[in-house]
Design a protein around this ligand. Structure first.
Ligand SMILES: Nc1ncnc2c1ncn2[C@@H]1O[C@H](COP(=O)(O)OP(=O)(O)OP(=O)(O)O)[C@@H](O)[C@H]1O
Ligand SMILES: [Mg+2]
Length: 664
């Protein structure tokens, strides 16, 4: 069976994947198979027993003047024997069903844990190249698709035993009738295999479209604000209707195939039984067969009809097993990982000295989804579409040499897309530079052990993220548990990162972030839950919470990426002044786009298209750097316009209020 891409070629690779799963959960799987074998032998045994009971009890009892006398005890004994076999068989079915399900769920859990661990290990640059939606789909539906067959595989293996035992018993009972039965079984297997083959592309298409429907819905919900404000609801409904229409058509197509095959598969054993009865009756009339054997073969044949389908179901799942596993392995085998060094960062209370040398950075090119051009027979155009060659990435930063004086505030100023956020991320090693160095106190940050940099440097990103947790949980994030899980091997007992934070620490951080006022006014103070993504807070309140989260760690280097943009200039000034006066000993690098923020900086670094074009005090740059002058006057104009807009709607300007600050 050659390439694994076609459904035809998924048989062996699929079995290999399932064998691996069986090995990984060998105890559960072995019990499930054992239960299934008991079921298979029990079912065949019940067929044999029905034959014997017919021969010894039923026929003599119904034959007037029979030589054998049938007592009530015989009837009871026959009933008890049938009951015993049934109880054993049912026990086997129960064990098989419960443990096959357990095997499948255990494998799903095992692979989900492995994937999530891998996601957390992989560097941010890898995440930038892989959309979150796809990562979610891999952890959710690809894991499910891979191990679905595991729930049926023990059944199918039991059925193989059943066919072997029943086949032997049928032939032993009556070679001619058994022969008819043995022809029906392969015919059933072939019909089931054909069914699986016809179904698998349709099922895969349904699976893919289901993902697309949920992606469209997900995007609409995520962008609800845009959709509502721009009145796009109609268009979104149409987009969703189109996708769900395609899903419906795919489901109907799959249903048609199922409808065509089902009656054939149902009818085959019935026809076989009919044939056995007809031939058997003729043979019995000629004295070549006895009634018990005929009943046994006919009964066994009808018993096989349903379980044989399990083989078909397993075959039908194999393409999904292979496709799902390929996507899991693509993540699990991903070799990109953040290489950590072994050095410890100085945990003194002095401000840090960040610097960069010859920094150059390219963003990675997004990796196309391998499934985008898949087996969709309806999309004839996709094959003709020429493959787009990825353009070589333009450097986002080049030749950046920076030396920040410890304890000062440095403002990064530049037009949109000039590389400010990229530089901010590089300083705290969110990503590694393509070339050049980022240093902290003269040590290349790549030489620091895992968790070291996080212990001394904090970034408040441009778009803040607030968890659906309490205010305390959001501020003390990761510090409550003593960080032993998060900080990796370097988190020795007694190291500053493993300190726990008290409520006083949280309040102190909130005070510095100018957030203590609104938190105190919340109904349950620190214990107030803030809702999904901090939905119950205003934008400015969320930013201050994120700021407090960084400050509670007492960072020696604090990088603020436009993190005060939603604050009033007065509040922002209070935050930055408070930082200076707090004696925390923090070096601050702030991405600034407001004259008020820039004015607070000791030094200004002007970035233009990824290069440092000038640096100095705000006054020096204003005097000699024309680009900077233009930028700042544009900022000032924007600030004036914002202020004017705010004063015209004074009623809603409650940025320090307790509830949602926005009026929407
Ligand atoms: N993950 C990414 N993948 C590819 N390109 C990116 C990525 N992030 C940023 N870029 C590109 O890098 C350039 C610099 O982006 P960056 O976010 O650093 O700009 P910025 O100066 O912070 O802009 P802004 O003021 O708008 O926040 C932009 O051209 C942007 O398109
Ligand atoms: Mg930015």
């Amino acid at each position: 069976m050659s390439p694994p891409a076609t459904p035809r070629g998924t048989f062996l690779p699929g079995l290999v994947v399932l064998a691996r799963g069986a090995r990984e959960e060998r105890r559960l799987f072995a019990w499930a198979v054992l239960g299934s074998v008991v079921y298979g032998v029990g079912t065949a045994g019940s067929g044999w027993m029905v034959g014997r009971v017919t021969e010894r009890v039923v026929v003599p009892a119904l034959t007037p003047g029979s030589a054998e006398r049938v007592t009530t005890g015989d009837v009871w004994l026959a009933g008890a024997a049938l009951l015993a076999i049934t109880v054993v068989t049912v026990g086997g079915v129960l064990v098989r069903r419960i443990l096959a399900g357990a095997t499948m769920y255990a494998l799903q859990a095992r692979y989900r844990r492995a994937l999530v661990r891998r996601y957390l290990d992989l560097p941010l640059s890898w995440h930038h190249a892989h959309p979150a939606g796809r990562l979610l789909a891999t952890a959710a539906s690809d894991v499910e698709a891979t191990w679905q067959a595991m729930a049926i595989l023990p059944f199918a293996l039991g059925v193989v035993v059943l066919i072997a035992v029943a086949g032997a018993a049928m032939v032993a009972a009556d070679p001619v009738l058994g022969g008819i039965g043995l022809v029906v079984v392969p015919a059933l297997v072939v019909a089931n295999a054909a069914y699986s083959r016809a179904m698998s592309p349709k099922v895969r298409r349904v699976q893919r479209l289901r993902g697309e429907v949920s992606a469209v819905a997900h995007e609409s919900f995520e962008g609800a604000l845009v959709v509502k404000t721009l009145g796009l609801a109609g268009g979104e409904v149409a987009r969703f209707a189109e996708e769900s229409g395609r899903l419906r058509d795919a489901n109907v197509a799959a249903g048609r195939t199922r409808g065509a095959f089902d009656p054939v598969i149902e009818a085959l054993p019935q026809l076989g039984t009919l044939l056995v009865l007809a031939v058997g009756a003729a043979r019995a009339a000629g004295g070549a067969a006895d009634v018990g054997d005929i009943v046994q073969v006919a009964y066994m044949l009808s018993l096989l009809a349903f379980p044989v389908r399990a083989i078909g179901w397993t075959l039908a799942e194999l393409p999904r097993t292979v496709a799902g596993d390929a996507r899991l392995q693509a993540v699990l085998r991903e070799s990109a990982a953040t290489p950590w060094g072994a050095r410890r960062a100085a945990r003194v209370a002095d401000p840090a000295a960040p610097s960069t040398r010859g920094l150059e950075h390219h963003h990675p090119v997004p990796v196309p989804d391998p499934d985008d051009e898949d087996d969709d027979a309806g999309d004839a155009g996709s094959a003709a579409r020429p493959a787009r060659a990825p353009r070589p990435p333009r450097p986002v930063l080049s030749g950046v040499d920076l030396d920040v004086t410890p304890g000062t505030t440095t403002a990064l100023v530049g037009g949109t897309g000039s590389g400010k956020s990229t530089l901010a991320g590089l300083l705290v090693r969110l990503v590694d530079p393509t070339s050049g160095q980022v240093l902290l106190d003269g040590v290349d940050v790549r030489e620091l052990a895992e968790g070291e940099l996080a212990g001394v440097a904090a970034l408040v990103p441009q778009s803040t993220f607030v968890f659906d947790d309490t205010v305390r949980g959001n501020v003390a994030l990761g510090l409550e548990e003593g960080l032993d899980a998060g900080a990796g091997p370097s988190a020795d007992a007694g190291a500053p990162t493993s300190r726990r934070v008290s409520d006083e620490d949280v309040w102190a951080a909130l005070r510095l972030a100018q957030a203590d006022g609104f938190v105190a006014a919340l109904p349950e103070g620190l214990d107030t839950r803030v809702g999904e993504r901090g939905a119950s807070l205003s934008g400015g309140q969320r930013q201050r919470l994120a700021l407090a989260r960084a400050l509670v760690r007492r960072p020696r280097l604090l990088v603020l990426d436009d993190a005060t943009s939603a604050l009033d200039p007065a509040v922002e000034r209070a935050v930055l002044d408070g930082l200076g006066a707090s004696g925390l000993g923090t070096t601050v690098v702030v991405v600034a786009s407001r004259p008020a923020t820039i004015a607070l900086a000791d030094e200004v670094v002007h970035l233009e298209r990824g290069r440092v074009v000038d640096r100095g005090t705000a006054a020096e740059l204003l005097e000699r750097d024309e680009g900077y002058r233009d930028l700042v006057s544009a900022y000032a104009r924007a600030a004036r316009e914002r202020a004017a807009a705010r004063s015209s709607v004074t009623s809603s300007a409650s940025s320090t209020g307790t509830g949602g600050g926005s009026t929407s």
